[in-house]
Design a protein around this ligand. Structure first.
Ligand code: SAM
Length: 270
């Protein structure tokens, strides 16, 4: 089957074309990229997909569909693109899009080092330069799922998917968000620290103007169904005993008692 090609109608390097939150998040992720190179290298070197800040094995949460061989896949906010590498090794045809040139530099280097090649696009996952119905599967692990505006990237994912195509994404659990103090150096608390009403677009005071998006579960359900998705699952994983993370803001004891991440699996109505 002929692979879909990028339409090329969108020059994401023109900063003034980008919404303000996308411009701010590009600057933020270009600064953070060096920190993500090491974890990216480790994930590229692993054949076993594992997810989120605790590296939960895919066998426990099944974020990836069983059948991937020959499937066209887009990773929305791919960072160093190790998820796309896992998909390519399973016979899929991934495309990675990311908003940060510095993250994509690491991804390109790792492609060369591992001899795995797939298209990497610099751009905004809210506006992807591919025709309608180009992909069978879309995935985001803390990419667009956290950093792009859901009101823009969810309809875009729906547009990009073929009927019956699947979207899976992982982001912070709403409970973790509600128990988070303002500063990242303080651990997530065992009590609610912020209101649920009015949650959505969030600017943390220590994040150099970066913008995250934290819809409630009701917000996600309304948005996904309004865009033609059927919800197949909402996984709220408990971390495995003895799991470790490099993120000190999330204590082990917390994540053993409450889900700190949520995984949505949805399917575009056929
Ligand atoms: C935490 S990384 C996700 C990649 C990888 N799964 C990981 O967890 O390291 C977040 C990525 O989302 C990208 N990103 C943020 N906003 C984006 C947008 N609007 N479109 C595409 N990528 C975006 C950032 O540039 C960054 O590389």
């Amino acid at each position: 089957m002929e692979r879909p090609a990028a339409t090329g109608g969108y020059d994401a390097t023109v900063m003034t074309d980008l919404p303000e939150h996308v411009r701010r998040n590009r600057a933020y992720w270009d600064t953070l990229a060096a920190e993500y190179a090491g974890p990216g290298e480790r994930n590229w070197s692993s054949d076993e997909p594992s997810w989120g800040i605790w590296g939960i094995p895919d066998a426990e949460v099944h974020l990836l569909p069983a059948e991937l061989a020959g499937r066209d896949v887009i990773e929305l906010g791919c960072g160093t693109a190790y998820v796309s590498a896992w998909l390519a090794r399973r016979g899929a045809h991934p495309v990675g899009i990311d908003n940060s040139p510095a993250q994509l530099e690491t991804a390109t280097r790792l492609q060369r080092e591992h001899g795995i090649d797939f298209p990497l696009l610099l751009g905004n996952a809210e506006r992807v330069p591919y025709p309608d119905a180009s992909f069978d599967f879309a995935i985001s692990e803390y990419g667009a799922a956290l950093w792009a505006d859901p009101a823009a990237w969810v309809p875009e994912a729906a547009r990009l998917l073929r009927p019956g195509g699947r979207l899976a994404f992982l982001t912070n659990h709403v409970l973790a968000y509600l128990c988070s103090p303002d500063l990242e150096e303080e651990p997530v608390a065992e009590r609610l620290l912020r209101p649920m009403f009015g949650m959505g677009r969030t600017e943390w005071p220590d994040a150099d103007g970066a913008i995250e998006f934290h819809p409630s579960h009701g917000d996600w359900i309304r948005l996904l169904t309004a865009n033609g998705f059927e919800i197949e699952d909402l996984v709220e994983p408990q971390i495995p005993e003895g799991a470790t993370t490099r993120y000190p803001w999330m204590p082990y004891a917390w994540a053993r008692q409450w889900p700190c991440e949520e995984i949505w699996k949805v399917r575009k109505r056929a």
